[in-house]
Write a protein that binds this ligand. Sequence first.
Ligand SMILES: Nc1nc2c(ncn2[C@@H]2O[C@H](COP(=O)(O)OP(=O)(O)OP(=O)(O)O)[C@@H](O)[C@H]2O)c(=O)[nH]1
Ligand SMILES: [Mg+2]
Length: 424
Amino acid sequence: MIDLVRIKVKAGDGGKGCVAWRHEKFYPNGGPFGGDGGKGGDVFIEVDTNETTLTKLRFTKSVKAGNGMPGLTKKMHGADGEDAVIKVPPGTMIRNAANGDLMADLTKPHQKVLIAHGGKGGLGNQHFATARNDAPEYAQPGEIGESFDLQIELRLLADAGLIGFPSVGKSTFLSVVSRARPEIAAYPFTTIEPNIGVVTLPDERSFVLADMPGLIEGAGDGKGLGHEFLRHIRRCRVLIHVIDMSGEERDPRNDYEVINRELSVYDMELEKKPQIVVANKMDSEYAADYLEEFRRAYPDLKIYETSTLMHKGIDQVLYAAMDEIEKARKEAEETPEQSEEIVVYRYEPKRPDFEIKNLGNGRWKVESEKVDRLAEQVDFDKDEETYRFAVTLAKMGIDNALRQAGAQTGDQVIVGTYIMDFKD
Ligand SMILES: Nc1nc2c(ncn2[C@@H]2O[C@H](COP(=O)(O)OP(=O)(O)OP(=O)(O)O)[C@@H](O)[C@H]2O)c(=O)[nH]1
Ligand SMILES: [Mg+2]
């Protein structure tokens, strides 16, 4: 089962550099004094082990980091924009929705990746004084922060697994506590593949629960549906061991011991997993008697009585499971597994920064989000700003591209809403 959400993220833009002059008592015509703009905030994604599903993100349409503030006079830096952090459960994969590229694969507690870089702040005019020009009217615009459409996906792994012999009521349990609709029937091996549901407690804590196909004697050696799904059980933090107390077809004590033996035959580690023991079908005629006998056999065992059919005793089981899961999550956080490899991919934009369109009759258009945004910040009435802008375009390779496309001196080039003359 895969949980999937889409979110737009936008890192903050850098603040504009400041154009200012020193005007002080002893420096009546002081030099350029404009400070730099602040850096735009970054967007991070961080693993939070308290999360198990993407439910909280389902209604988040977009996440935006703060913009950098413009530079100030007296060479003062504008404030940096605030970072934004999106919390996700471990096991979350982040893709660029535009092309499906994997940007990050988050598996470890507290793992944090920078997904969209904030723009650098623009330099103030103090940086642009030269021998020939000691009064530069120019300060840099801030860089635009990166933005992406993200596809966030999570393969749900069960926190808790329902185990027990066939027909003890595992699937019924799952159907009562979640929106999962597994098949339920009076014959054994109804469940062939685990079903998964998200359980949300009245206090809003939640975990992922799976029912399992019924285990039988010899399952650990591959009998019945055997190994196939004992593998799934290994990933659960907690096992809910369901026992049929009706005594109609089964012997509860024998069942309890056989299942535990099969777990340890398959994998010694399974035996150590926290187990919540559930005496089910307590609505049946002789269940109380069987339970009494069972308790006598295991006086120290905590046993939860339920009737999944009558929806009785269920909440206590869920709270107990939740507590164990939280304990296990904390432990996993303190002793992270070393075996799994961390894979982090950093996204490299592949799209060219601009495209040249020939409109005919000596007219050309530069199509580029980056250039459009830059152009928005340029005051074209100021020669110096216009000149700097032209230099930036040349540095981006736009002049060359125009030349290669066949532009000639005197042609018109449309950039954003501005028209420039092309000079070869
Ligand atoms: N009397 C009684 N019957 C129950 C209770 N819970 C489940 N049953 C019945 O037991 C039968 C088996 O239930 P399932 O939930 O399919 O059992 P399962 O453990 O998932 O079985 P497999 O998938 O075959 O391993 C069904 O006929 C249920 O109606 C209960 O609390 N009381
Ligand atoms: Mg079942």
